[in-house]
Write a protein that binds this ligand. Sequence first.
Ligand SMILES: [Zn+2]
Length: 196
Amino acid sequence: MISRSLARPAHMRLARRFASLYAAPDDRAYEAVEVRETRSIGRALVAVKVVHADEPVLTFRAKVAAVKSRFSVQVGRDEHTSCKDDQIFMYMNHSCKPTCRLALVSREGAGASGEVEVAVVARRELSPGEPVTFDYNTTEWAMAEPFTCNCATSHKCTVGGASAFSADERERWLCGPNGGHAWAHITQLLAEAGSH
Ligand SMILES: [Zn+2]
């Protein structure tokens, strides 16, 4: 028998290590969400009140780092959120049919001394208890640790960042709803990859 924790993707198992959400360095109150222990995927960020479509579920600030990790969010070509501290974005799981999307609110400073503010925006109305998820391919070009998403029953859905797309997937994705939520560095890199 395979234990459930072994069956879980590594990034989800390791999310359990981050016990205290409330030490987030940006020191904000997150009224619409909380981190909950879920039966299927371990610790995950969920909505605790109704959030209407296109409204921010939360915003978070993070320092910019040149190195990525399994928990970072890519915010530019060679820029990722720093994951030194226990921060709220580390609890957002991937979904190929996500409830939310990420949007850059502001960017201060250059390179690794920079800081970003990012909004997590509801793609549709969220009810209390629903997970706060986004499509990792909308921000990640080449993920530090690709994993298998369990959204598909007919085939294995591997999430590795947009660089792992086939030419076919690239076309389909850029025309689909998730592609429309891709950050500028992703659409630029996809366009460059397509022209080769
Ligand atoms: Zn999937």
